[in-house]
Design a protein around this ligand. Structure first.
Ligand SMILES: C[S@@+](CC[C@H](N)C(=O)[O-])C[C@H]1O[C@@H](n2cnc3c(N)ncnc32)[C@H](O)[C@@H]1O
Length: 225
């Protein structure tokens, strides 16, 4: 099946699944997505008082883990889905995090505003990745850090198990499996971590390091402006 990445449809899809997004993630990852996100945040090793922007924040996991790990940081988190953002706000109501509804392809921030930009399971869903990457580069300060986290597209055994387990689980639990068919399809067609690093370099970022989780099923690439 061919899925459209039209921003309007993607936004609508996330608005529709927002309420069950966390539950579904826990189910299909057997709770592991939280551990991996926390670990990816920990491995950032940031300076105190960093000014951080979390893009495609969804229900705000990364923003929340960043705030817990680096309490003195100043965190802004954006997403274009109103419903995802309202769940994020609710989950983080005891933490000082600014949540905004905004589109990654046109960020409402000045040049050189942030020390760190993070995007987790987000870039893959953006139709105009060219504009999003230009915007991330623009709003990062010189020497600023960009962390991208997503599936690693490895062809290893663990990845095959994921692709084998998720579709039947989804069919059992959900009448509407389109968002998860979309997930599997977008995962298949997305770039590998090595290709992503090359792409980020083409936008001016310099490669710092990469961390693989779950034998490469998920991977983070850390780049510098
Ligand atoms: C799979 S979720 C990831 C959420 C969260 N970062 C996580 O790791 O669980 C992708 C999110 O990207 C958002 N998104 C997709 N395209 C976007 C865009 N152009 N601008 C802002 N948000 C976008 C969607 O609304 C959705 O909440």
């Amino acid at each position: 099946m061919n899925f459209s990445k039209s921003p309007h449809l993607i936004q609508k899809m996330f608005d529709t699944i927002a309420e069950r997004y966390d539950f579904n993630n826990n189910l299909i990852s057997l709770g592991m997505h939280k551990k991996i996100k926390k670990l990816a945040v920990k491995k950032l090793k940031l300076n105190e008082n960093s000014k951080i922007l979390d893009l495609c924040t969804g229900t705000g996991d990364i923003a929340l883990y960043l705030k817990k790990e680096f309490p003195s940081s100043d965190i802004t988190a954006i997403d274009f889905s109103h419903e995802m953002i309202s769940i994020a706000k609710n989950k983080s109501k005891n933490y000082d995090i600014k949540f905004l509804q905004a589109d990654c392809i046109s960020l409402p921030f000045d040049n050189d505003s942030f020390d760190v930009c993070t995007i987790s399971f987000g870039l893959r869903n953006i139709e105009n990745q060219n504009s999003a990457l230009k915007e991330i580069y623009r709003v990062l300060k010189k020497d600023g850090i960009f962390m991208h986290l997503d599936f690693g597209k490895s062809s290893n055994f663990a990845d095959k198990i994921f692709d084998f387990i998720v579709p039947p689980l989804v069919k059992i639990f959900y009448k509407n499996s389109i968002p998860y068919d979309y997930l599997l399809e977008s995962k298949k067609t997305f770039k590998s971590p090595d290709e992503l690093i090359k792409t980020f370099e083409n936008y001016g970022f310099k490669f710092e390091r990469r961390h693989d989780f779950l034998f490469g099923v998920i991977s983070s690439q850390i780049m510098k402006k």
